[in-house]
Write a protein that binds this ligand. Structure first.
Ligand code: NAD
Length: 484
């Protein structure tokens, strides 16, 4: 399909609520619009999902056939990759290279979880018991069944729209669930194409149900719906807490992939060229709109000046631009709201005496571009130090020894990721154990693999995505006792 025909089709997705305009954040121009589906669209989507779950049309399909269909989804993502790259870039604003880089991972997620369809298995037990008051000896055979949860609601944000959709849909479908899918209102476009691809690959009608709308309308309706068995959510910690409250009505299962304020520790003995480059990319990639971005960099005092200088030099060399700007490394922030939010933190910091080593301003052009920003002299009480900014803004602070570095790193309510740069192997592993976060990277950042579980400690989330843990989150265990 052409880009324009997809955008036209997005505007035809049924909804009776407010008109929501979809903006290309690199130009501030509207690319399409749609109507908020709200609670009414959610009710219909849940009813369709429930009907397909009860009919068994998907969950009772032989596992090898489910696997073949998911594998075909991956192949179709590959076939439509050029179109998906174009759509992702004009909707999210990311440069082509960024979208081209992530597309293979989207397909690979479906292949990875296609492999799990035929490996969902329980365990068995030999049981001897003394039965009741008679004291008779009984032999039993016990076994467990792994079963899908039912109707699952999948809600995710705009920072990697297609990838976020695939992270949730691939394991949810591999496990045999029926789904209600709500992408971010800012970025509905590639989720719409994925919905088409799923059907073309053979996922039966009604198993995946796309709802477009706001979070406080459609998202809230999914979270509170009495006939939804689970919500898998990626987004802010603030909204994660609202989802937990809404889910309490029917005690639906909840998994949460939330925000972060990830620490990066750079020691004097690190390979500083590598550390500087990785730490700079670890915050500025995606304009800082990544949950694992290392937004607090702690540097041992002997290397402090060199690291600040090095990261600032990289920040100044980064080419900002939209998909149409040749050679752009990173794109804009997603929206005017996000731009105002990020600049609000920086302006507040300035008033509090923070030193802006570089950046701290938006670009003088159309689009929500903020210059990569390096801050020093930051108080650990400052809001910009404690709260997730989700923009290209990093605070760099000095430390003297390991204990001080760990105290600083763990002094946060978040616990998504952490990085350590040192050539002392024992120290690296010692600190990997001491940092309170779900993913630790040693002498690198921005690495990930489908096999490795990902998720948050503390207020960065509940549960894990990716790997075996990822599919377990969409299954429940039944224990069966059989008297022999
Ligand atoms: P957000 O929480 O505002 O929105 C995320 C999604 O939730 C959107 O689809 C939105 O429509 C929906 N939503 C909003 N209010 C809702 C409500 N009351 N009920 C149900 N759904 C609702 O997040 P955002 O600002 O759009 O995205 C950025 C956040 O996402 C950051 O905090 C970032 O760290 C986090 N994030 C986390 C991960 C991770 O894996 N841990 C990955 C990417 C982004």
């Amino acid at each position: 399909m052409t880009v324009q025909s997809v955008l036209d089709k997005v505007s035809e997705v049924p909804g009776a609520g407010e008109v929501i305009r979809v903006i290309d954040p690199s130009t501030e121009e509207q690319i399409t619009e749609f109507r908020d589906g709200g609670a009414a669209a959610v009710d219909e989507a849940v009813a369709r999902a429930r009907a397909t779950f009860e009919s068994g049309v998907w969950r009772n399909l032989p596992a090898r056939e489910r696997a073949q269909i998911l594998w075909k989804v991956a192949d179709l993502i590959d076939v439509r990759a050029p179109e998906l790259v174009q759509l992702e870039t004009i909707n999210n604003g990311m440069p082509f290279v960024a979208a081209e880089g992530i597309l293979p991972s989207c397909a690979e997620l479906f292949r990875y979880y296609a492999g799990w369809c035929t490996k969902i298995e329980g365990t068995s037990f030999d049981i001897q018991m003394t039965a009741g008051i008679t004291g008779t000896q009984a032999d039993l055979h016990g076994y467990t069944l792994k079963e899908p949860l039912g109707v699952v609601g999948l809600i995710f944000p705009w920072n990697g729209p297609l990838f976020n959709a695939c992270i949730k849909l691939a394991p949810a479908l591999a496990a045999g669930n029926s789904c209600v899918v709500k992408p971010a209102e800012e970025t509905p476009v590639t989720a719409f194409v994925l919905d088409q691809i799923l059907r073309e690959a053979g996922v039966p009608e009604g198993v995946v149900n796309l709802v477009l709308g706001y979070g406080h309308t459609a998202g809230a309706a999914i979270s509170a719906h009495p006939d939804v068995d689970k919500v898998a959510f990626t987004g802010s910690t603030e909204v994660g807490k609202l989802i937990v409250q809404a889910a309490s009505g029917n005690l639906k299962k909840v998994t949460l992939e939330l925000g972060g304020k990830s620490p990066v520790l750079i020691f004097n003995d690190a390979d500083l060229d590598t550390a500087i480059l990785s730490a700079a990319m670890g915050i500025f990639v995606g304009s800082g709109q990544g949950c694992v971005c290392g937004s607090r960099i702690f540097v041992q005092r002997g290397a402090f000046d060199r690291v600040v200088e090095g990261i600032s030099a990289i920040a100044n060399g980064i080419q900002l631009g939209g998909p149409k700007d040749e050679g752009a490394h990173i794109g804009p922030l997603i929206s005017r709201k996000q731009l105002n939010r990020v600049m609000g933190y920086v302006d507040e910091g300035r008033q509090e005496g923070v030193e802006v080593v570089t950046g701290g301003h938006r670009l003088d052009r159309k689009g929500y571009f903020v210059h990569p920003t390096v801050l020093t002299n930051v108080s650990t009480d400052a809001r910009l130090y404690r709260e997730e900014i989700f923009g290209p803004v990093v605070a760099v602070l000095p430390f003297d020894d390991e204990d001080e570095a760990i105290a600083l790193a763990n002094d946060t309510t978040y616990g998504l990721a952490g990085a350590v740069y040192t050539q002392n192997g024992a120290r690296a592993h010692r600190l990997a154990k001491r940092i309170e976060a779900g993913t630790i990277t040693l002498n690198c950042q921005l690495v990930f693999d489908h096999q490795m579980p990902f998720g948050g400690y503390k207020q960065s989330g509940w549960g894990r995505e990716f790997g075996k843990d990822g599919i377990e989150m969409y299954l429940q265990t039944k224990s069966v006792y059989n008297q022999l």
